[in-house]
Design a binder for this molecule. Sequence first.
Ligand code: ADP
Ligand code: MG
Length: 253
Amino acid sequence: MLEQTAQATEKDFIIACNNVNKWFGNLHVLKDVNLNVKKGEVLVILGPSGSGKSTFIRTINGLEEVQQGDITIDGINLSHDVKDIERIRKETGMVFQQFNLFPHMTILKNITLAPIWIRKKPKAKAEQLALDLLERVGIPEQAHKYPGQLSGGQQQRVAIARALAMEPEIMLFDEPTSALDPEMIKEVLDVMKELARSGMTMLCVTHEMGFAREVADRIVLFDQGEIVESGSPEELFDNPKNDRTKLFLSQIL
Ligand code: ADP
Ligand code: MG
């Protein structure tokens, strides 16, 4: 990361985090995190449970406040100003382990709700976009069903379409396949791969090593709130340098 900052200035990065520190009470959960991400880059975040991965990506869209350091998203500094936080939320779409769809609304309603009410998109336009996105994630026939009628994999694809409907610059994924039955993981990863190929900037917390190797431009490993190693999939998987990376990989591969 240091080499990177030396060559490029902050404006070359869509995400720039400098010396980010966060505490929950006395618990120091993010320790001097420095991370810059270029537009279109696909970053995979690995690390043991409790290492701060979720907290970190939640700070990127202003869901968590940081006590020290500096975060700039697409030129907007994440200050304490509510207006800036709102602007940054518009830049980022987020997909969680739990799909969090509204159970009493159809799939189409789930996807069009925020574009219509928050973005003030005309209903017909929002619906057309939603149908296009359902086509893109491979389930156009589900538009008028309710979440409970869909499989977990289909619901997660709806959650991705719903995030995309806000036309974000950055997509954040926090273990999007961890709650899925094994046979449904591939259909969600395939959608994420297509999104990556389309040039979307993506930060993905995942334990899917095949996906990480195939799709990531760069992998970072978190341990105890620190980024302990960062590199290409080949560097990280085939030639890890840090002992904590080696230990982590030996436990999961
Ligand atoms: P990961 O996603 O890598 O499993 P998290 O970011 O969820 O890790 O958590 C990092 C640490 O912060 C853990 O020790 C966790 O217990 C703690 N933590 C997370 N959220 C909160 C919170 N809202 N309040 C207090 N502690 C938290
Ligand atoms: Mg987590």
